[in-house]
Design a protein around this ligand. Sequence first.
Ligand code: FEO
Ligand code: CA
Ligand code: CA
Length: 633
Amino acid sequence: MSLLEENQSTDLEQMVGLSRRRFISAGALCGAAMFLGGNLLSRSALAAGVSEASSKLLGFASIPAATADSISLPPGYKSSVLISWGQPLQAGGPAFDPSGKGSAEAQEVQFGDNNDGMSLFPMPGDGNRALMAINNEYTNYRYLFDHGQAPQSAEDVRKALASEGVSVIEVQHKNGQWQFVQGSKYNRRIHGNTPIRLGGPAAGHDWLKTAADATGTKVLGTFQNCANGMTPWGTYLTCEENFTDCFGSSNAEQKFDAGIKRYGAVVASKEINWHQHDERFDLAKNPNEINRHGWVVEIDPFDPQSTPVKRTALGRFKHENAALTETKDGRAVVYMGDDERGEFIYKFISRDKINHKNAKANRDLLDHGTLYVARFDGGDSNPDHPKGKGEWVELSHGKHGIDASSGFASQAEVLIHARLAASVIKATRMDRPEWIVVSPKDGKVYCTLTNNVKRGDDGQPVGGPNPRAKNQYGQILRWQESGDDAAAMSFAWDLFVVAGNPSVHAGTPQGGSSNITPQHMFNSPDGLGFDKAGRLWILTDGDMSNAGDFAGMGNNQMLCADPHSGEIRRFMVGPIGCEVTGISFSPDQRTLFVGIQHPGENGGSTFPEHLPNGKPRSSVMVISREDGGIVGA
Ligand code: FEO
Ligand code: CA
Ligand code: CA
């Protein structure tokens, strides 16, 4: 429907979209209309008046947008720092050096930079202790090095590699608050030079062999670790996202094959520039090293000596996160998004059932199974709340034309070039799939489609779950598997919310769906998390200019939604220049851990210490209620 047609509707139901606004009950609507004296103000004023009173799930007062260099929270909430970039993990370890002159060796035993996805693992038998595995996605040379530039030496590259990967830390509830336990035997860094094993169908394939590893099964490091997953058997999944940015070529004339091109590597290495000082990242000298990255990596946080494993059965792409659930017959399911404009949503189903009695029996469960990719129909074109159907299509060699005729010699090749295989079966090109989460209440699956300013160009049709051309605000997709079984090959989808700016643009699509109001608007939803009660937490990584199309949105933030009513309230605003990413809860739901990544990305922040001329430091924050109650309730 065009914007003009949308705006021609004049009756009450169309103005507030009663039938389409799942979050407004008829009773609440009457109340709001009465409250407003029957004078139908803007749809947003009405929606806001209703929303404040409508959700029983959301028990906090929403807060306004903010542009301060601090954390904003609802009244009655407090925050503190759990851990920040550079903090030494071991007692007596090298202290954080704000000058940027700290060594690579020091960074290898300090908390990594730009924390992202994280999971909390309760310590068996002790409710006051837990381990946290926390991704360190990338680094900001502006702060990492005293020279503030791209790496100038092999030592600089080693330091950058040391700042990424994963940090495993112990946390303890002490003196009424969760705290980092420096010196715990569990504290560990897994970084860009840590030995890792390759497992699954692609392990040992010729395309994974290098001069340093003739077996194609042993790789150094994991980096660009975006978001995460947690298995029911107590292991952590870390997802390698923008790995191609780390590679470049010393041969300015080098021609790349279809695989390298599709994954987006370029000769100049997109500013990361490791290849100039470490041949491992030089595509002219080590053309296969790039194939050893772009995977989901499984880590046992309880065994500091364990070797992490890259699970190739889950496919190689720019992994955002890995959302675990279970089929009705007990097999593991992993939902995964590939965060690039026009890339796909995947689902992996394990061959074997999860053993809930013996965690170790699941050690290689993720090495055997089937990968699928999602295909969506065009939906019903309802601009406020589109919905439709979809199907999962198997990505197995020999099926659906994925074979020698389309350039694939084996399943290993299908997995290494999962993007190319998914294109053979014409999977739906999405608006940058970021996090996926599964509701603990009803099994519905939610996925952020963060934005895609190329939607409408470049062979990416407008429609279905990607309904908006030049999509600068993003949306949250939801689907329900047929028969409520994650093993299903079909599903029904709808858009839970279409973000927008109703204070700048009237109506859909740019003003957003009806559960977007000027009081609670945001752009570029990215991180997602469910708490045990079924509240959906939404974390943003968007345009924080607070101007033009983004006027009134302020800094990046965290919101909380009622999945049934559709109501969304703003819960937290982060400091200047940050992205809010990474979320976890204490088992009692009275503490929320949230990540503040790259505060002061472009300067202007000294968060969290606010020292004179101090450096901003990415940090994990501890959020709780002053009365000790359940967060969000
Ligand atoms: Fe690391 Fe797509 O976010
Ligand atoms: Ca993200
Ligand atoms: Ca993002």
